[in-house]
Design a protein around this ligand. Structure first.
Ligand code: PEP
Ligand code: MG
Length: 587
């Protein structure tokens, strides 16, 4: 047997070893099968029956998943049920069947192609991934046009699931059975549903493997190394042994992580700090807490706009926010209002292409141009705030006038709710993201007008250093430890603290233990990051004395370059705390 090693994206760490179980995808027909006009009504009934069957199936799976995995995983099926109810989708299906006199199979395949094209044109990984929700629902309807046999669950026991692309609901139902060992997929990225589910179920997974499904067959032996993002097909015995050892080590490391998650978040001298989680889907809440998060520091609400071809209603927003608030309660939840526009275009809104999207009509600029959408979102956040643990976060603020306008609209929405005797948290904190350099430079002024600041270092660094955060040619210049970046961030933190306001960092910088020491030294205590980085971050901060770090950082800022600063801090810190940056095999 041939040995094949392939590199992909490791989206859920750990090692899984076992036999391949290939998952067969739904293939939409390429054949335009026409029908006589007499049969159109029949065909429409057939289409509606398939939709009704799909609805019943979704409700049933939702109930099962809810029992096995909890509400947050069942949630995805609500999104699918909503897509099924989407009137424009149903109208398009009916129109194609009637006007083109075709079978439902062809109509579904046309609609699927249309969505694929729209989503492929979107220049944003996270948004592109959402096309699979729609494809998933369409594929289910497609399957339900014919009665079919049920797949045997036992076929997958103790196997590695290999798929071209797992549709989200398929991923939820197959992964949650608790029988498969790991996942390997041709398609997918970090933010795909399969990736998120695999992480929350601790199933090792590698995605983005391009053509793996063409290289393996059922019964092949597979190693999935979700930590290093590699898979090995039919390895010799020596390699199997080596990976069995690696698996042992990883499992011990994971247990250590869980222990770290339960340890107090405090420095050696007893300074309390708060690890918070950045999430993109409501399903991620419980997983974030299992990594030691003490709140949701950033919920990127964009996902709500990607669940179907319609804009989310106030109740859609409300359902998501109140679910997150309940699950996190009493821990805080920061809901960021939508950060769309520019390159994150929305098919529903027909936004014009802009010549320079990063500097264009995005985030709060977009929301203030589309006030109805914005106020709908604010109203839903307020309605969901009654428990008292919610905060509103406004992205991409540039100047005080925007803050004043937001506050004015916020008050108008609150008054509307009061008039209708709807309960909400009267003291809900309103904060802004500091990610535009102009806002950073007047952080002291802005801090007077809001309840807290949240520093978005991802964008702040790109705009301050004029370095596109996703352009590999200039990535050598993207330096969080550039002295000008450090001075600016120190200024923002000090400005907030001086005004007596809360301050957090929610960009990737918080997740890097070395950078986090700088932030700690500047007085920051709230750090929000991708939850998988929390244990390593927490270990680092628990290993140091905050006053010592403060002094080292103060001295480091007297140096002139990022490199000199970095070397100085690493040396000083390692002499005092040799184990500070050490962590197990995933570090
Ligand atoms: C940031 O810019 O740092 C941030 C957290 O926002 P996003 O990554 O969603 O742009
Ligand atoms: Mg940002």
């Amino acid at each position: 047997m041939d040995i094949i090693r392939l590199r992909g994206i490791g989206v859920s760490p750990g090692i899984a070893m076992g036999e391949v179980r290939l998952s067969a995808p739904v293939i939409f027909t390429g054949r335009k099968e026409t029908i006589s006009s007499r049969r159109i009504d029949n065909e429409l009934r057939r289409m509606k029956r398939a939709i009704a069957r799909t609805r019943a199936e979704l409700v049933k799976i939702k109930g099962e998943i809810k029992k096995k995995m909890g509400d947050e995983h069942a949630f995805i099926f609500d999104a699918h049920l909503l897509i099924l109810q989407d009137k424009s989708l149903l109208a398009s299906l009916e129109r194609i069947i009637r006007e083109d006199r075709v079978k439902t199979e062809w109509a579904l395949s046309q609609i699927n192609n249309k969505y694929l094209r729209v989503f492929e044109a979107i220049n944003d990984e996270y948004f592109r991934q959402r096309k699979s929700d729609i494809s998933d629902v369409l594929a289910k309807v497609y399957r339900n046009l014919e009665a079919r046999k049920k797949a045997k669950e036992t076929d997958e026991a103790d196997k590695i699931l290999v798929a071209h692309e797992l549709l989200p609901s398929e991923a939820a139902s197959r992964l949650s059975r608790g029988t498969i060992l790991g996942v390997a997929m041709d398609m997918g990225g970090q933010t795909s549903h399969t990736a998120i589910l695999a992480r929350s179920l601790n199933l090792p997974a590698v995605v983005g493997l391009h053509n793996l499904t063409q290289l393996v067959k059922n019964g092949d032996y597979l190693i999935v190394d979700g930590t290093d993002g590699e898979i090995i097909v039919n390895p010799p015995l020596a390699v199997r042994k080596e990976f069995a050892g690696k698996r042992e080590k990883y499992n011990t490391y994971r247990k250590d992580l869980q222990k770290t998650a339960r340890l107090p978040s405090a420095t050696l001298d007893g300074e309390k700090f708060y690890p918070l989680a950045n999430i993109e889907l409501p399903e991620e809440v419980n997983n974030a807490f299992s990594y030691g998060a003490e709140g949701i520091g950033l919920f990127r609400s964009e996902f709500l706009y990607l669940r179907g071809s319609l804009l989310p209603s106030e109740d859609d927003h409300f359902a998501v926010y109140s679910r997150i608030a309940k699950e996190a309660y009493p821990a805080p939840v920061y809901i960021r209002t939508i950060d769309i526009g520019g390159e994150k275009a929305l098919p529903q809104l027909n936004i014009e292409k802009e010549p320079n999207p990063a500097l264009g009509l995005r985030a709060i600029r977009f929301s203030l141009r589309n006030k109805d959408l914005f106020m709908t979102q604010l109203r839903a956040i307020l309605r969901a705030s009654a428990l008292g643990n919610m905060r509103v976060l406004i992205p991409m603020v540039t100047e005080l006038e925007e803050v004043l306008e937001v506050k004015h609209l916020f008050e108008e929405v609150k008054q509307g709710l009061r008039d209708h005797k709807v309960k909400f948290d009267e003291h809900i904190p309103l904060g802004i993201m500091i990610e535009v350099p102009a806002a950073a430079a007047v952080a002291d002024i802005l801090a007077e007008h809001v309840d807290y600041l949240s520093i978005g270092t991802n964008d702040l660094i790109q705009y301050y250093l004029a370095v596109d955060r996703s352009n590999e040619y200039v990535s050598y210049l993207y330096k969080p430890l550039h002295p000008s970046v450090l001075r600016l961030i120190r200024f923002i933190i000090k400005a907030a603290l001086k005004a007596g306001k809360d301050v957090t960092v929610c960009g990737e910088m918080a997740a890097d233990p070395l950078s986090a020491l700088f932030l700690l030294g500047f007085g920051l205590r709230k750090f929000s990051m991708n939850p998988i980085f929390i244990p390593k971050f927490k270990k680092a901060l628990r290993s140091v004395d905050s006053r010592t770090v403060e002094k080292v950082i103060r001295d480091a800022l007297k140096l002139n370059t990022a490199q000199a600063i970095e070397e100085y801090v690493i040396e000083e810190i390692l002499v005092k705390y040799p184990g500070v940056f050490l962590m197990g095999p995933t570090s």
